[in-house]
Design a protein around this ligand. Structure first.
Ligand code: KIV
Length: 272
């Protein structure tokens, strides 16, 4: 498939829909800071997700639960300052929207106003529909997130594949249809069987972005630290590593330390 949309100057939700309609796959990656977002954007990524996975990869927490709305706004602002082309989606963190649609609206308005991002993402289906509807009614584009939803990890108990049985698969399909009906512009589905992704992608008009959800999704997302090999401990089957930055960074830092110890850095040319 040719990259017919690569000359887009600014990716919008409408262009993502056009990509799905034209059969062009959508690329999405997380970013949390200015420098990395600038590189990823210039490389031509379609969507940058300021994910609450910042809680794991930036802050070293075991789950995404501890990250706050203020933290997310800080990360989102850094990304917005860097990005010229990609659509920027920001996760609303745990405890800032569930069960209270007014709070969902307040949180999303803070994200949009204070960071300048273009849209928000919320985890969950029919049970958070009131919150999604309220945020959408304020004109804020919403991306849904179904399947393995990390903010509910203590309910699931493990990070294993979701929706393998018929009951959970049917619930996911119902949720996906409800979110499309509400007006979500796209959905992330995480760690579900590829056959279910195929069904969801075929039955829904909006783009489905998969992570660990097989090749039938309309696009793919990965956590930047995982795909660049910065983070060595996380090795799920769905992850493809495109670089080994852990080794590259370790080698560079070791060389730097060695040059300082041997007094070869700085040399005359590097001095005033
Ligand atoms: O927070 C995140 O990085 C995410 C992706 C895993 C989709 O939600």
């Amino acid at each position: 498939m040719s990259t017919r949309f690569s000359d887009i100057r600014r990716v919008t939700t409408h262009q993502l829909q056009a990509m799905k309609n034209a059969g062009e796959k959508i690329s999405m990656l997380t970013a949390y800071d200015y420098s990395m977002a600038k590189i990823i954007d210039a490389a031509g990524i379609d969507i940058i997700l300021v994910g609450d996975s910042a809680s794991n990869v930036m802050a070293g927490n075991e789950t995404t639960l501890p990250i706050t709305l203020d933290h997310m706004i800080y990360h989102a602002t850094s990304v917005v300052n860097a990005v010229e082309r990609a659509l920027i989606v920001v996760d609303i963190p745990f405890g800032s929207y569930q069960g209270n649609s007014q709070e969902a609206l307040r949180s999303s308005i803070r994200i949009m106003k204070e960071s300048g991002a273009h849209s928000v993402k919320m985890e969950g289906g029919i049970e958070i529909r009131e919150s999604i509807d309220r945020v959408l009614s304020a004109g804020v584009p919403v991306m849904g997130h179904l399947g393995l939803t990390p903010q509910s990890i203590y309910k699931f108990g493990t990070y294993t594949v979701r929706a393998k049985d018929e009951v959970e698969a049917n619930k996911l399909l119902d949720d996906a249809m409800a979110l499309e009906e509400s007006g979500c512009f796209a959905l992330v589905i995480e760690k579900v069987p590829a056959a279910l992704t195929k069904k969801v992608s075929e039955q829904l008009n909006i783009p489905i972005i998969g992570i660990g959800a097989g090749s039938y999704a309309d696009g793919q997302v990965l956590v930047m630290h995982d795909m660049l090999g910065i983070n060595k401990e996380f090795n799920p089957r769905f992850l493809r590593r495109y670089a080994d930055l852990h080794s590259i960074i370790t080698g560079a830092v070791e060389e730097y330390i060695s040059d300082i110890k041997s007094e070869s850095f700085p040399n005359k040319k590097e001095s005033y």
